[in-house]
Design a protein around this ligand. Structure first.
Ligand code: ADP
Ligand code: ADP
Length: 236
């Protein structure tokens, strides 16, 4: 289970971007994070993976706090799979190499790249590529893929590190509507299969409604809605 407790963030130059935010997410539950620009969605995501330090509050992943700094933080980050709007692939590497780069980090990745990857890692990456229907494209370079295919590589790469949480930032913002729906469906299916909790920062409320289990609405740094898509219809 994932839990955020009394999380607040005040940037040096501004007012509170997050005010005393608390919630938990069960295994396999996918939460769509919605709210107008400036509501604090990115700040919340960044406080969880510690790209920014919260001013107050704590983040717990399966009972263990996400640490503030150093090697503990690196270990904690490995427990969080990130999926990005712009995919963040290494364009001139193959699909397989991109997936393998997930858990290793930059330096270890290049070291293994020079020496060949352990067979077990390759098999695992291949199984993940199969799950996202890309096993036939394992040896293609990332820059030869469509947007939807790239995002599926991004999903496989995030899973490669066996995360305990997925943090997903606008995964469909660069995709057409049909591909967006396919990607959302895939993410939700995989989270259910693996019992993975996920937070999706998503500006497309209609798309969120179609696929996620639960919606958290932020406004001016505070939770103003927390419920099912159906409940959102009645609140609106
Ligand atoms: P959202 O992702 O919902 O658009 P953000 O988390 O980016 O919201 O922003 C929340 C608030 O914090 C906004 O008022 C924004 O201007 C402010 N903010 C975000 N990042 C910074 C920063 N690095 N420094 C100062 N203020 C920031
Ligand atoms: P997003 O599309 O993620 O909401 P923004 O355009 O809000 O991105 O922010 C882009 C970058 O600018 C982010 O790194 C954010 O932290 C930073 N930022 C946003 N608002 C402010 C602000 N008021 N002062 C300083 N930096 C900010």
């Amino acid at each position: 289970m994932f839990r955020v407790e009394n999380l607040s963030k005040r940037y040096k130059t501004g007012d509170h971007a997050l005010k005393n935010v608390s919630f938990s997410i069960d295994a396999g539950q996918v939460v769509g994070l919605i709210g107008p620009s400036g509501a604090g969605k990115s700040t919340l995501i960044r406080c969880v993976n510690r790209l920014v330090d919260p001013t107050e509050g704590s983040v717990f992943l399966n009972g263990r706090p996400i640490a503030r700094s150093g090697s503990e933080l690196r270990r904690a980050r490995r427990r969080i799979g990130m999926i990005f709007q712009d995919y963040a692939l290494v364009e001139r590497l193959t699909v397989m190499e991109n997936v393998l780069s997930g858990r290793l980090g930059y330096v270890s990745f290049w070291r293994s790249f020079a020496r060949r990857f352990p067979q077990a890692d390759v098999e695992k990456a291949f199984a993940l590529l199969d799950r996202v229907s890309l096993s036939q494209h394992a040896d293609k370079r990332a820059d030869a893929l469509s947007g939807g295919q790239r995002q599926r590589v991004g999903i496989a790469r995030a899973l490669e590190q066996d995360p305990e949480l997925l943090l997903i930032d606008e995964p469909t913002a660069s995709l057409d509507p049909k591909t967006s729906r396919q990607i959302m469906r895939l993410i939700v299916e995989i989270c259910r299969e693996r019992g993975l909790p996920a937070i999706i920062n998503i500006h497309d409320v209609a798309l969120a409604r179609m696929f996620v289990d639960r919606i958290i609405g932020l406004r001016a740094g505070e939770i103003v809605f927390d419920g099912t898509p159906d409940q959102l219809d009645h609140a609106a």
